[in-house]
Design a protein around this ligand. Structure first.
Ligand SMILES: [Zn+2]
Ligand SMILES: [Zn+2]
Length: 129
């Protein structure tokens, strides 16, 4: 499957995470569907590329995902990040928002709300102020 492994590429702003250490900034795939939520990638969005597997037939394809969706996938639900989910022995709260909306809350919970409010200027590390 090495032929589908992407060069580490991201678009928009660089997020301060190990996955981005060797990544190069590529063009924003405007109009392409996000692999994790219903919203297509728009001008000014931030995100990365990810390999998706399908079972039948077994294929692998590389799709863009919003940074918010990627964080929601990697860090789990806002309730989980708050320690208020089934992992903590609590009932998993219902959350019918898209992953992107949940991802925004996760970013705020991480203390990076300013990253969301930023006006998509120059790439910068969310932690460096
Ligand atoms: Zn998305
Ligand atoms: Zn959990």
């Amino acid at each position: 499957m090495s032929d589908v492994t992407p060069d580490p590429l991201y678009f928009g702003r660089r997020w301060d995470a190990p996955a981005f250490d060797d990544a190069r900034r590529g063009p924003t795939p405007v109009g392409t569907d996000c692999g994790l939520c219903p919203a297509p990638i728009a001008e000014g969005d931030d995100g990365t590329w990810q390999v998706f597997l399908t079972a039948d037939p077994m294929t692998a394809e590389v799709r863009p995902v919003h940074l918010e969706c990627w964080l929601r996938q990697g860090l789990d639900s806002p309730a989980h990040v708050r320690g208020e989910c089934s992992c903590a022995g609590l009932p998993e709260p219902e959350d019918d928002r898209t992953w992107r909306e949940q991802g925004r809350e996760v970013i705020r919970l991480l203390g990076h709300g300013d990253w969301l409010d930023d006006d998509h200027g120059s790439p910068r590390h969310p932690g460096s102020r």
